[in-house]
Write a protein that binds this ligand. Structure first.
Ligand code: NAP
Length: 246
């Protein structure tokens, strides 16, 4: 049975991807931030995954830290045998207009959203190379494609992920490893719950489908990208935004 590792999978889009891949028949490695609250939520996600008859285990790791990622990948490889799919989903926002953005808020968002993808791809690609097979999906954002006021740090991190995705696709294609990105628009998760009703309404006005996306609508595209049906798709960015920008 193939194994998928999903970062930041204790809630939101990551939890939904873990459950969808479990439903698809993957054993799942559920990463969560090292806190008691995240551990509890991740355990509940793992329980739901196991209901599909697959193996599911939780691993605490702050993915912005290389040593945490190294320990997690080593443990997951020992426990599961292979890592066939990697979904780099963990992400945060620390929004402010450029003039008011603190340097620490810039650095933290880059470390969590971007450096984590370097950490995880570097470690997991070496496993996948030996397997001569692998699927990587990086969760970017429409902010990385088009920019967003108040999100210089976040859009920089997500634009970087897109460049990294294309570079890794070119570096590892000959080893039968595909690397793609998804760029979600406005998706209903704890990350967007905090936005004001006024801002949400304004953002939805710009969406052709005139509604939020649901985490399941991201998970279904990720499910395709890690499947055999996507065997000739690599280095691509799939926007999942209900027609936000056309
Ligand atoms: P979310 O509900 O806040 O989930 C993000 C998850 O990542 C949380 O479980 C979070 O744990 C975890 N995480 C944060 N920092 C971490 C770290 N250093 N190490 C390990 N895990 C960490 O947000 P979401 O909306 O599901 O977002 C998932 C991904 O989609 C993110 O990359 C986000 O940028 C992207 N995205 C979301 C939207 C949207 O509209 N929701 C749109 C475009 C892209 P904590 O709760 O402890 O922080």
């Amino acid at each position: 049975m193939a194994t998928a590792l999903i970062t930041g999978a204790s809630q939101g889009i990551g939890a939904c991807i873990a459950k969808r891949l479990a439903k698809d028949g993957f054993n799942v490695v559920i990463n969560h931030y090292p806190s008691d609250g995240d551990k509890e939520k991740a355990e509940a996600v793992a329980e739901e995954c196991r209901a599909f008859g697959v193996k599911a285990e939780c691993y605490a790791a702050d993915v912005s830290k290389y040593e945490d990622c190294e320990a997690m990948v080593k443990a997951a490889k020992a426990d599961f045998g292979t890592i066939d799919a990697l979904v780099n989903n963990a992400g945060i926002t620390k929004d402010a207009l450029l003039a008011r953005m603190k340097e620490t808020d810039y650095d933290t968002v880059i470390a969590v959203n971007q450096k984590s993808v370097f950490n995880m791809m570097k470690l997991v690609c070496s496993v996948m190379m030996r397997q001569k097979h692998g699927r990587i999906v990086n969760v970017a954002s429409v902010a990385g494609l088009y920019g967003n006021p108040g999100q210089v740090n976040y859009s920089a991190s997500k634009a970087a992920i897109i460049g990294m995705t294309k570079s890794v696709a070119k570096e590892y294609g000959s080893r039968n490893i595909t690397c793609n990105a998804v760029a979600p628009g406005l998706i209903r998760t704890p990350m967007t719950d905090v936005l004001s009703d006024e801002l949400k309404a304004k953002m939805i006005e710009a969406v052709a489908l005139r509604r939020y996306g649901e985490p399941e609508e991201i998970a279904s595209v990720v499910s395709f990208l890690v499947s055999d049906d996507a065997s000739y798709v690599s280095g691509q960015v799939i926007e999942i935004s209900g027609g936000l920008s056309m």
